[in-house]
Ligand binder design. Structure first.
Ligand SMILES: N#Cc1ccc(CCNc2nc3cc4nc(N)[nH]c(=O)c4cc3[nH]2)cc1
Length: 373
């Protein structure tokens, strides 16, 4: 298995910064991946995504296999050509989305069987089928094993069964993925919030061997503190010299505390989903542009940003767009939010490189988490 080179250039405590080299481009770490679920980062053109300094986006097996189908994406040249993104794409394997989106689903040793939330059609997702969809039909650069994620709180015995099934599916995923030089396969650590189970899951993943390791089973309702407490021990269990990816995370404070505990990669729908609802993420914490206090606020969201959505429009104008339910409001706030998430990662990479991460972390807590304004 040839892994993508991952070079750590500096570390500061558990935090580390480096670069993950892929055939479609270098990914600076720690990195935030905007979510492009149905072959689009919602409401944004890819020029906007590129201008936000995003280097890699996430796609979803579950959504694309249902619509337009993975076979059609393949016939149209694969996901990169289909959507016009020539940078790296990481795809999730589908199991998590089945459990969170499909009303009817069944998990057996062989596969997950489910009915589409779109038209009720029946589908089967096995490790082998997930690998075929991600690696061969979509043409993903970073492929995720098929896994089973339990909801929280989880019964310890149930969480153990899920991690053991995930490990068996991880082996089958690797066998189906085979030897590839231009694509990588990541394993997914499970075990809910039980240290003993996180250790068991890691041991099984390391026996199999992957190009990178995701931390699954979190951001499922456990809350920030329990997530941080779990990361404290479960992130360092993973190989220091391979990328660590915390799935589905998160809010800006989650990113800072995840980086502090050794996480390199993140993805979350939050910046785009919250942007579509008027929530704006700023260095001083979140605000909602629909609040009346912005009706005549002539200042931009962030005059220091290089993102036009942050710099070139007044809060008053954005407030108006949301009150008038103009689509442009959703576009500009989504753009601002993903640019802010990228700016946060850029600042953290620089802070780690300068040996100043703890000072940045302290500043961020004092500035971003101050009383809601
Ligand atoms: N707005 C908004 C918003 C919506 C949902 C979330 C929670 C996302 N959490 C989450 N995504 C995940 C994906 C995952 N994929 C896989 N294959 N395995 C996981 O254990 C897993 C765990 C996850 N946990 C966070 C913010």
């Amino acid at each position: 298995m040839s892994a993508f080179p991952f070079e750590i250039s500096a570390s500061d405590g558990q935090a580390r910064t480096g670069v993950l080299k892929t055939p479609r481009g270098d990914i600076p770490t720690p990195i935030f991946m905007p979510v492009g679920t149905a072959a689009t980062v919602k409401a944004l053109t890819l020029d906007m995504v590129r201008q936000s300094h995003a280097k890699i986006i996430l796609g979803n097996t579950y959504h694309l296999m249902l619509r337009p189908s993975a076979e059609r994406v393949k016939r149209l040249g694969g996901l990169h050509k289909f959507m016009g993104w020539d940078g790296p794409i990481l795809t999730d394997s589908g199991g998590f989305q089945v459990m969170s989106l499909s009303q009817i689903s069944k998990v057996t040793e062989e596969a997950v069987t489910f009915q589409s939330h779109i038209d009720g059609s029946k589908h089967v997702l096995s490790p082998e089928r997930s690998m075929e969809i991600q690696a061969d039909l979509l043409g993903s650069d970073i492929v995720m094993q098929l896994d089973e994620c339990v909801s929280w709180p989880a019964d310890e015995a149930r969480a153990q069964k899920a991690l053991q099934l995930s490990a068996r599916w991880g082996l089958r995923s690797k066998q189906a993925f085979g030897q590839r030089d231009t694509q990588a396969l990541f394993g997914i650590q499970q075990g809910s919030t039980f240290e003993r189970l996180r250790r068991e899951s890691t041991d099984r993943l390391l026996e199999i061997g992957f190009d990178g390791y995701a931390i699954g089973g979190l951001a499922v309702g456990e809350g920030h503190e329990a997530m941080c407490d779990t990361l404290e021990y479960c992130a360092p269990l993973l190989p220091w010299d391979r990328p660590r990816y915390l799935m589905g995370v998160g809010k800006p404070i989650d990113l800072v505390e995840g980086v502090a505990r050794g996480v390199d990669m993140f993805d979350c729908v939050l910046p785009t989903r919250s942007g579509r609802h008027g929530q704006v993420w700023t260095w001083e914490g979140p605000i909602n542009i629909k609040n009346a206090r912005f009706a005549e606020d002539d200042t931009p969201l962030d005059a220091t940003s290089d993102c036009p959505a942050s710099r070139d429009y007044s809060k008053a104008y954005l407030h108006h767009l949301f009150k008038a339910e103009e689509i442009l409001g959703q576009v500009l706030l989504s753009w601002h939010n993903i640019a802010f998430f990228q700016a946060l990662m850029i600042r953290m990479r620089a802070a780690i490189a300068a040996g100043e991460f703890q000072a940045f972390r302290k500043w961020f807590h004092e500035t971003h988490l101050k009383a809601p304004h």
